[in-house]
Every structure is written in structure tokens, then in C-alpha cells.
Ligand binder design. Sequence first.
Ligand SMILES: Cc1cc2nc3c(=O)[nH]c(=O)nc-3n(C[C@H](O)[C@H](O)[C@H](O)COP(=O)(O)OP(=O)(O)OC[C@H]3O[C@@H](n4cnc5c(N)ncnc54)[C@H](O)[C@@H]3O)c2cc1C
Length: 422
Amino acid sequence: MYDVIVVGARAAGAPTAMLLAQKGYKVLLADRAHFPSDSPLANLIQLKGCAALKRWGLLERVQASNCPPVSKAILQIGEYSLQGEYLPLDGTGATVCPRRSILDKILIEAAAVAGAEIRGDLVVEELLTDNGQVIGVSGRLKSIQGAREIRVEEKAALVVGADGKHSLIAKSVQAAMYQVKPVLACVFYTYWEGFGPTNGELYYLAREAIGLWPTNAGLINIFAAYPVNEFQAIRRNIEARFWKTAESVPGLAERLRNGRRVERFYGTADLPAFYRRPYGPGWALVGDAGMTLDPFTGQGIGNAFRDAERLVDAVDAGFSGRSTFEAALAEYEYERNRETLPMYEFTEKLAAFCPLPDEQRLLLAALVDKPEGIRRLLGALSGSISLNEFFSPSSLLHIVGIKGMLSMFSNKLKKSGSISEQ
Ligand SMILES: Cc1cc2nc3c(=O)[nH]c(=O)nc-3n(C[C@H](O)[C@H](O)[C@H](O)COP(=O)(O)OP(=O)(O)OC[C@H]3O[C@@H](n4cnc5c(N)ncnc54)[C@H](O)[C@@H]3O)c2cc1C
């Protein structure tokens, strides 16, 4: 019998297991994958996530895996090109973009060192319940090298679903979904070698975007995003479409031609966006299982890390009697939503490739020659300040001045129909 079984051992599950084990709980961390396993996903970890890695003593290990810290970024939105450094968070001023096999290995090893029992190749198939209360899991250990599959049944006071956006745990308990958005974008990823940007680069163009981030071993992780209704057509000839996108950014195609693509393009349109109620009797959800957003703004890993910390605090409060489970987990849900909702809405607007509203164009134009403003914008995208703080009246006043504020205000009123054009 365990205190907690965590199903899923990646960005959300491994830190949850580590933090629980550090508090002395008996934890089983199970995953159907055979580790270390790579995933072609981009893995930009924003400052919010890097600060969590630092708190856990793991940031140095990630950087030491030949994964360079990236403290500057170029952000081009339409005709506006903004370049600058990140506003630091808790002394951390650089993002990292490790390969998934490397990040997951570091996180799982840290969970094991903390005392969690790790079981790979364990496919959880069902929840065990008693009177509506989840009391454990059942599944099978995958057959390895022809050996017979072994049925497994494990019990725990709490089962945590860290099993990703298609979470079996969430579906089994019928966790309520809310703020559900349609899939808006599709994305293609690959890796490049032989040319070495040391900055992060993100070009948001009309109806397409392309981003580059240095990852392990001198490679560059590159993604290109498009409206989802173009997915089938693009995947038939991603090569041509990718180069067309690269040609749209001055100098980029030439830089890419100086290097070499070292992996195929991986494409997906499986990019849902939703929140789920993340707790109930004997169960809780963490990471993508509880809340998923389009990867456009690269928030998922940082969100998963913060979720893990908050969930562990809530669970500890429940187990120790400092609070009821119900109250502590309600607080966990509230704080998760409070922190993530503005970025969730912002990300969905970007993923829709809508033309920028006039007031945002004005803001971007004003930012071009304001390094401190750019630092704050990058900080807002990376988690060192909130988006609400960046878009607050006092912050905008600082960036665009009083005339700019009046113009933004009148644009808003015109759009809302409160005043008409003369
Ligand atoms: C194309 C793409 C690009 C992205 N790029 C970025 C980025 O640059 N930066 C960023 O921050 N985020 C990015 N994200 C989002 C990020 O990948 C996720 O938010 C993050 O991986 C969520 O971690 P997780 O641990 O919650 O879930 P997952 O990483 O999905 O892990 C779930 C784990 O659960 C296991 N599992 C599932 N079901 C079972 C079962 N029944 N039994 C046992 N094990 C099970 C799986 O094997 C898996 O290991 C991207 C996402 C996509 C789709």
C-alpha cells in the first residue's frame, strides 16, 4: 500500500513523485514508457520552469548536459522586431531547451534519489474504486524480450494522474472539463546542426510562425506553426512549406542552408486546449492531464512544474491534517487557474493567427527602442512577471507614454462602438 501512486513520469509526474518522497511519503511513480525515451517535442523551458529546476537543485544538471542557457531572444511580430534579455525570475535569467530524453532522465533520477519507487513499462488500465473513492490502479507490466506480461494491482490513499492530455485517470473519473477551446494551430518540429544561433528566435508572421532555440549537443530545435485547417495539405509537402516560411524571415533561409537538418519533420495537430477539475475522492490531476494549452507560447513544462509543487503542498496539507483534502485541493485548482488563465487566453489568440488589434500594434511600435520594456515583455512570456502586470495601465503608460495611452483607449472605444470615427 502506497501513500500516493503517480501515473506518468515526465514533466508533471516525476517532480510530483520527487517532492512527495522528499516529504517522506511512500510513492510509486509508474509509466508505460521504457525510459529513457525521447519525444520529438520542442522543450523550451521558460524562466518559470527554470526557477523551479533551480529550487530543486536540478538546473545545473540540465545545463551540464550540454544544453546552453539562452538569456536573449529575438521576437518578431509582424513588422516589429524586438530583441532583448529576459527579466530574471528568482535570480534565473536564462531559459533552457533540453531534449526530452535528457530532461526526463534527470527528473526521474531525482525522484528515485528522493525515495520514490520507479516502475517503467507499467501500463495502467483501470482505477480501483471503493464506494466512489479511488483506492488504486490495475494494469500490466509490458512483456519484455518475450517474457509473459504480468498483471499488476497496487493500492494507495491517493492516485495522481500525470498521464498527459489524453489522461486515462481523468477519463476514468470523468473529470469535468471547462474553458475548452477548439484546436487552432498545427505544428512541425525538427533539429538542425551546423549553424549556431545563441539566442532564442521567434518570428510570428501572418498565418504562420517559426521559432529556433538552441538545444543539447550544438543542435537547434526548430518549429513552424500554421493554422490547423492547413495541416493535411502541409504535411504532404512540409519541406516546401517550411522553406517558404523560412524565406519570409530576412536572412533565415540562407542561415539554414549553411547548416543541415539532422532529423525528419515531426508534425501534429493534436493540440487541444482545456482545463479539467483536478481532484476528487482519492484522485488528483497534475500537468497536461489537468490543463493543456496550445504549445505556441511554450508554457506546458513550466506549468507542470508549478502544478507539481502546488499539488504536493495541497496533498501534504491534507495528509498532515493541516487542512481537509477538499479545501487544500480546491485551493490548488484556484491558484492554478488564477496563474495560468491570462496566458491561456493570450496563447489561444496567437494560435488563431488573428491580425493584431491596433492598440497592440501601437504597443509593439513603442517597444522597439525600449530595452526595459522588451525585458518586461519577454519576462511576461516567460513567467517572471504576469501578463496582467505587463498589460497594466501603469506599465503601458511607462512604455507608450500619455499620448499613446489615449490613442489605445480611443481605439478600444471605437472598437466597442462607444465612439464613432469622425
Ligand atoms: C508539439 C508540442 C510541442 C511542445 N513544446 C513545448 C515547449 O517548447 N515548451 C513547453 O513548456 N511545453 C511544450 N509543450 C507542452 C509540453 O510538452 C507538455 O505541457 C508537457 O509535456 C506536459 O507534461 P506531462 O508530464 O503533464 O505530460 P506528458 O509529457 O504527456 O507525460 C505523460 C506521461 O504519462 C504516461 N502515461 C500516459 N498514460 C499512461 C498509462 N495509462 N499508464 C502509464 N503511463 C501512462 C506517458 O507514457 C507519458 O510518459 C509542447 C507540446 C506539444 C504537443
